[in-house]
Design a protein around this ligand. Structure first.
Ligand SMILES: *[C@@H]1O[C@H](CO)[C@@H](O)[C@H](O)[C@H]1NC(C)=O
Ligand SMILES: *[C@@H]1O[C@H](CO)[C@@H](O)[C@H](O)[C@H]1NC(C)=O
Length: 141
């Protein structure tokens, strides 16, 4: 949490009032946005490792100067536009990926998955692949 506070201080244009979802809130949101049940625990693991389930997180600049946005930490080099006009491969603004309504971020994440699979996310590769996945059995449908 200290890390998050520092990050919010540095990233001038981020909105730090966004929220951290509980694990079951996340599962509920993912289901609502059509994520398949048989991959649910991978998605939960991915989101937990990428953003700690925070909808509003914007990363520090990567080595190429790009940043990652929101729950799924989607990159602005390829996927979202940093201008006010929706664009790049997901046809969205990066701002639309850091709101509590995760609809746009979900659609974009699914597009990335279709193209690259879970391997598109270092968080998944490092912390989820071949590892025990989060328990979501208490999250009722
Ligand atoms: C991108 O989204 C906007 C609405 O946000 C829409 O008007 C436009 O047609 C879309 N462009 C493409 C290429 O899908
Ligand atoms: C979330 O956003 C989508 C599209 O951007 C919209 O269709 C939907 O109604 C919104 N959901 C809520 C709960 O506001």
């Amino acid at each position: 949490m200290k890390f998050v506070a520092v990050l919010c201080g540095i990233v001038v244009f981020s909105q730090c009032e966004g929220k951290q979802l509980s694990r079951c809130e996340l599962v509920h949101q993912l289901r609502k946005n059509g994520f398949p049940e048989n991959k649910m625990r991978d998605w939960v693991c991915l989101v937990e490792s990428e953003s700690s389930r925070r909808t509003d997180i914007i990363s520090k600049p990567n080595s190429d100067g790009s940043r990652d946005y929101g729950l799924f930490q989607i990159n602005d080099r390829y996927w979202c536009s940093t201008t006010n006009k929706p664009g790049k491969d997901c046809n969205v603004t990066c701002k639309q990926l850091v709101t509590d309504n995760i609809s746009k971020a979900a659609t974009c994440a699914k597009k990335i998955y279709q193209r690259h699979g879970f391997d598109a996310w270092y968080g998944w590769k490092n912390k989820c692949r071949g590892k025990p996945l989060p328990d979501i059995s208490s999250c009722k449908k």
